[in-house]
Design a protein around this ligand. Structure first.
Ligand SMILES: *Cc1c(COP(=O)(O)O)cnc(C)c1O
Length: 432
């Protein structure tokens, strides 16, 4: 719960704008330095010029409301454009024409909402098409925490199955967990914790054989894997072209480098997509239709998302993907070369986790996290199990990669010599 500050009250007399902004600058002093490339999650940066555009686009639409696009047709148009562009990137353009026509999608407020929608749609599909009243979904332990939220919100049992030693989902184990009440199986591309792309073709085929849905969580990968593929850095298959994939999610506010608050969910078949919107007239205010959790929806992120897609274009995203790839490869290489540290599994793209095992002669992972923060202000999320530092490497990191690798090598050397362990063992991804 957010702590209450009982002494804080609405100011009796308003402050002028400059004074308010000055107060905010004071409040920000302890915030992490993402502009300097010191933060390895939470923020994605395609450079100052892109931030400037995002800000201008979002400001242009700071008052509009995407609840009713009949009032603001430009927002309807931008939504359609974003969905079409995303569908193209995620394989819709490579489907046979009759299948391509069926692909439909929605914007959501973020990856979590996309996964909430996928799960609720699957629940409702199970109810109406299969008569399942106590549904479950089957997913690997590496699948995102937002599926647990969905499970909790929508009463869809979450059946988690252990990953293989390389942290990828185990198709056979997933298959074993499926039963007559399973509505959906999940694959990640890549997983958030270890950055591993699951065997999507196998998982989707297994789901298809059993006549159930398969969601690919490409929230993280959706706007970088297509470009890593074109650059020759990736050859796994994970998108809508994989037979059996029935829905897929991709966050524009991650590797799409957009302002926070915009993600895309796509359904392969139109009837399934038709289950997502909520419509009612059971109140005194008229027909109310809404495709997402929120009613009133901010227009700024939609505008900024549209703007960044058009500003960067395919060549821009290719350049950013190459930069992120180079930065990630260098940092992964430095981890590999450091005695006492190892990557967790074989990460496929630009997201990975690393750490040491002190009971096995390695460096204490969280002591390494502390030392990196002290030495260079480097901030890596901590996760467990196993104890790891998590790195979401994006284009903005390339400029500081050399410095980071040098700091990593130096502090690892010190920790090997001292054998120091961290006292604080908590691993936090989100705060309450
Ligand atoms: C980030 C992420 C999510 C959740 O997205 P939010 O935008 O944080 O709500 C879901 N799945 C994966 C794989 C992610 O990386």
């Amino acid at each position: 719960m957010s702590e209450r500050r009982p002494d804080v009250r609405l100011p009796p007399h308003g402050l002028d704008a400059d004074a308010v902004l000055a107060r905010m600058d004071e409040l920000r002093v302890d915030d992490r330095d993402w502009r300097g490339g010191r933060v390895f999650s939470l923020v994605y940066s395609a450079g100052d010029a892109v931030h400037d555009l995002l800000q201008r686009a979002a400001t242009l639409y700071s008052a509009e409301n995407a609840l009713n696009t009949a009032v603001f047709p430009s927002l309807g148009r931008m939504q359609q454009d974003i969905i079409s562009i995303t569908a193209g990137l995620l394989g819709a353009d490579r489907l046979p024409p009759d299948e391509r026509q069926g692909v439909r999608g929605y914007l959501t407020s973020g990856g979590t909402e996309s996964l909430l929608q996928a799960t609720r749609t699957a629940r409702d599909w199970g109810r109406s098409e299969r008569g399942i009243d106590r549904p479950n979904m089957v997913l690997a332990t590496s699948a995102h925490a937002a599926f647990e939220k969905a499970s909790h919100y929508f009463d869809v049992e979450s059946r988690r199955v252990p990953v293989r030693d390389d942290f990828s989902a185990d198709t056979d184990a997933l298959a074993d967990a499926v039963d007559d009440s399973t509505v959906m199986v999940v694959a990640s591309a890549p997983s958030y914790p270890q950055g591993v792309i699951d065997p999507v073709p196998d998982i989707a085929a297994m789901a298809s054989e059993r006549g159930i849905l398969c969601h690919v969580d490409a929230c993280l990968g959706g706007f970088i894997l297509p470009f890593l593929g074109r650059l020759g850095h990736l050859d796994k298959r994970w998108d809508l072209t994989v037979a059996g994939v029935t829905s897929i999610s991709a966050d524009l506010h991650k590797y799409g480098y957009a302002t926070k608050g915009v993600s895309v969910i796509l359904y392969r078949h139109r009837p399934l997509a038709g289950l997502q919107p909520f419509v009612t007239s059971n109140w005194l205010g008229g027909l109310y239709g809404s495709p997402s959790m929120a009613g009133t929806r901010p227009a700024g992120p939609i505008a900024a998302g549209w703007a960044v897609l058009h500003h960067l274009g395919a060549d821009g995203y290719l350049r950013l993907a190459e930069d992120a790839h180079q930065a990630a490869a260098a940092i992964k290489g430095a981890v590999d070369d450091t005695p006492g540290l190892a990557l967790r599994g074989s990460p496929d793209a630009t997201v990975f986790a690393f750490g040491g095992d002190p009971d096995d002669g390695g460096i204490d992972t969280f002591a390494l996290g502390d030392a990196l923060a002290d030495r260079g202000g480097w901030f890596f999320d901590r996760q467990t199990p196993p104890d790891s530092l998590h790195a979401t490497v994006q284009a903005g990191h390339l400029a500081v990669t050399g410095r980071l690798c040098a700091d990593l090598t130096a502090v690892a050397g010190e920790l090997r010599a001292s054998g120091r362990r961290a006292a604080e063992r908590g691993a936090t991804y989100g705060t309450v």
